[in-house]
Design a protein around this ligand. Structure first.
Ligand code: ZN
Length: 264
């Protein structure tokens, strides 16, 4: 884990990159902040989390770091120990954590629940929607640390790296660490309600677009050519053929839009 800081004092704001070692976009954004050294109006902690996995360009060394929280200093896995150290490092910080996906090119925010902080900050980010994980937060960093996650775009793409940079600056502006104004907009909210399991197979296909409604009776994916058909309508989120080993992704419900009204 690499830790650096902009500004002086004890940070209550943190930016985290490299939770997953095969998602370099956030690391680029952090390195750019370290090169530019913008003058901040409150101190910001910058963290590059899983350096071992980044070096090997793999998602993780032993286990998924974003399923390993709260972690343990004596854990047998690298990520189990790292989760514990990272949670200690980020204690008391509102944390902005960057990811990228194989499933969707447009940035979106992921939060555990739509609390006041999420309602206040997410509409100021250049994202197209908010995903609320609800009961699917187990082991994720935001189960232990106050975190707003963002998906910056497609893994390894130049656009994801540019988005990561824009998202980070918007976040730092929204929390008054960088000067200036953000643009607020209404955002649709999707709440995860189910995993979409995938059986063991050689080839996987996904036939639907994320955040676009799938109707009952629609075939949405296939494993070795066996089509899976929706029993009920749902919105696919983080759904891709090969993004995860055991699930295609998640089924979500669409909730009301978050209004742009500032919460006093
Ligand atoms: Zn990730």
């Amino acid at each position: 884990m690499r830790v650096a800081q902009l500004g002086s004092g004890t940070p209550e704001i943190a930016v985290v990159a490299g939770i997953h070692g095969d998602e370099p976009c956030g690391v680029r954004a952090v390195e750019r902040l370290l090169d530019d050294r913008p003058s901040v109006t409150r101190p910001v902690k910058l963290v590059v989390a899983n350096e071992n996995a980044l070096e090997r360009q793999v998602r993780f060394v032993d286990e998924d770091l974003n399923r390993a929280f709260p972690g343990d200093p004596n854990a047998e896995t690298h990520e189990g120990r790292l989760a514990y150290e990272l949670a200690a490092e980020l204690e008391g910080c509102l944390t902005f954590s960057m990811h990228s996906t194989q499933s969707h090119s447009e940035p979106f925010a992921i939060v555990k629940g739509l609390d006041e902080l999420a309602r206040e900050i997410c509409p100021q980010l250049p994202v197209s929607s908010i995903v609320e994980t609800g009961n699917f937060a187990e082991g994720r960093m935001f189960s232990k640390v106050d975190t707003i996650e963002v998906e910056c775009g497609l893994q390894g793409s130049e656009t994801a790296a540019e988005n990561a940079d824009r998202l980070t600056r918007a976040f730092l502006t929204a929390v008054d660490a960088l000067p200036g104004d953000t643009v607020r907009k209404e955002l649709p909210v999707y709440q995860l309600v189910d995993c979409i399991p995938k059986s063991t197979a050689d080839t996987y296909e996904v036939f639907v677009d994320n955040f676009t409604r799938v109707d009952a009776g629609d075939a949405f994916a296939a494993a070795d050519g066996n089509r899976q058909v929706a029993d009920e309508p749902f919105y696919p989120v983080l759904m891709s053929s090969y993004g995860y080993t055991d699930v295609f992704g998640y089924a979500a419900e669409k909730l009301d839009e978050v209004s742009v009204t500032t919460i006093s």
